[in-house]
Design a protein around this ligand. Structure first.
Ligand SMILES: Nc1ncnc2c1ncn2[C@@H]1O[C@H](COP(=O)(O)OP(=O)(O)OP(=O)(O)O)[C@@H](O)[C@H]1O
Ligand SMILES: [Mg+2]
Length: 397
């Protein structure tokens, strides 16, 4: 994105996104940044990458970030934390003490825009940093898009929407990241009802006609559920003739992946071909079923459908309302699935349905739900994966 264009923008909500925020500790570097990045919407603060992380936990309205890693014992650990709260479209440059070429290479591999050794000079900033950070040149970066998780029910009422909503909320709470909840049931979607909000026409327009969905799409179509979670949903008439295109789906998902670290999608089943890109871009596809004959039969078919689109390693079977009275015994389920379910959530009683009727997320009403979602959040965020692998994944390499 070009800064000159952004500065001329009329929309006040977009203007703040042109900020270039710097956290540096030495006066020379601060002065060099002030001169070298002159003309941009520059904010210079004292601090290091740790202060930047703290800021990003609550404020992500920025275009680029420059931050100091000098004096930090393991900058890769801090970078990993930064990556988990920094929107993927924010350009990140680092400054530090090291002049080691291997260190530089490793940093660049993580997806940062540039690294410069301290102290900075105005010429270094002008020649090496400015063009990549705020110039029109988009750095040749690997895909840093947000992490997509799809949720689909093998039978009606399996709990897909309940799990999608509460997973999105818990993911944001645990990681402090920005999470989009995208409901692709445009006509009878339940996410908005369950969250007690009313969607507008923005999502349908964007999905039918991608040329009309620009960066303002998000300002118009995303409903803030809290500081970190936004809902993107529709509420179209049941007799509306929708013409959702694959190009529209790709475009909307692309826009969401630029702004949000995670995109949790409530996916209609069977999958219309136009939404295949959502499945193929998902890191995890959760196939939900209840302990019923219909669920078992459909789960098998749905797992195959997902495998054909996205590959085997993406599918996870989630048995919901396990051990519910009258349900099939576990042994029958394991036999029919050919394996233990990957994830299990027990029946959590009538509080779940009460939450729906109150229009509040079940997490606020059913205390046990959080504990049962924790392993799923862990699977998605990859806690416990060894350092380098996780770092690469978080930055989307
Ligand atoms: N683990 C659970 N324990 C008890 N009740 C649950 C559980 N999970 C979901 N429910 C309840 O089951 C009902 C159906 O859930 P939900 O609407 O999320 O399912 P769905 O798969 O999205 O349905 P649809 O096919 O209509 O989209 C809701 O009343 C919800 O509160
Ligand atoms: Mg649903």
């Amino acid at each position: 994105m070009n800064m000159a264009v952004m500065n001329q923008s009329e929309a006040p909500s977009v203007v703040t996104r042109d900020r270039v925020i710097c956290f540096v500790n030495d006066e020379e570097s601060a002065a060099a940044l002030r001169k070298g990045l002159d003309g941009s919407n520059l904010v210079i603060r004292r601090g290091t990458i740790r202060n930047a992380i703290r800021m990003l936990e609550t404020d992500t309205e920025l275009f680029a970030l420059v931050t100091d890693i000098s004096g930090i014992d393991d900058p890769f650990v801090e970078l990993e934390r930064l990556a988990s709260v920094c929107p993927p479209d924010v350009r990140v440059a680092l400054i530090g003490d090291s002049r080691e070429i291997n260190f530089y290479r490793e940093l660049i591999e993580t997806g940062i825009t540039e690294y410069l050794p301290r102290p900075l000079t105005r010429d270094m900033v002008l020649e090496l940093l400015r063009p990549k950070l705020i110039g029109g040149v988009v750095p040749a970066q690997p895909d840093r898009g947000g992490h997509v998780v799809s949720i689909c029910g093998a039978q009606g009422g399996a709990g897909a929407t309940s799990i999608a909503i509460n997973l999105a909320l818990q993911l944001a709470e645990t990681t402090k990241a920005k999470v989009a909840l995208l409901d692709l049931h445009l006509q009878n979607g339940e996410t908005a009802v369950m969250l007690g909000v009313r969607p507008g026409p923005g999502l349908r327009i964007a999905l039918e006609n991608p040329m009309r969905a620009d960066t303002l799409f998000l300002e118009r179509a995303a409903i803030e559920i809290n500081d970190r979670v936004s809902l993107i949903a529709a509420d179209e008439e049941l007799d509306a003739q929708l013409n959702i295109t694959e190009a529209g789906v790709r475009h909307v998902l692309g826009l969401l992946r630029q702004r949000f670290n995670y995109v949790v999608v409530d996916v209609p089943v069977p999958f219309p071909p136009s939404i295949y890109p959502v499945i193929s871009l998902s890191r995890q596809v959760l196939v939900l079923l209840e302990a019923e004959v219909t669920g078992l039969r459909n789960a098998y078919a749905l797992r195959n459908a997902v495998t054909n689109i996205a590959g085997k390693d993406r599918v996870f079977t989630l048995l919901n309302r396990a051990d519910r009275a009258g349900g099939l015994p576990r042994a029958t389920i394991v036999k029919a699935l050919g394996a233990e379910p990957d994830m299990v959530i027990p029946d959590l009683g009538k509080g779940m349905t009460q939450a729906v009727n109150l229009g509040i997320p079940a997490l606020k009403h059913v205390s046990k739900l959080r504990r049962h979602l924790t392993p799923i959040v862990r699977e998605i965020t990859g806690v416990g994966v060894k350092r380098k692998g996780r770092l690469r994944r978080l930055l989307g390499l």
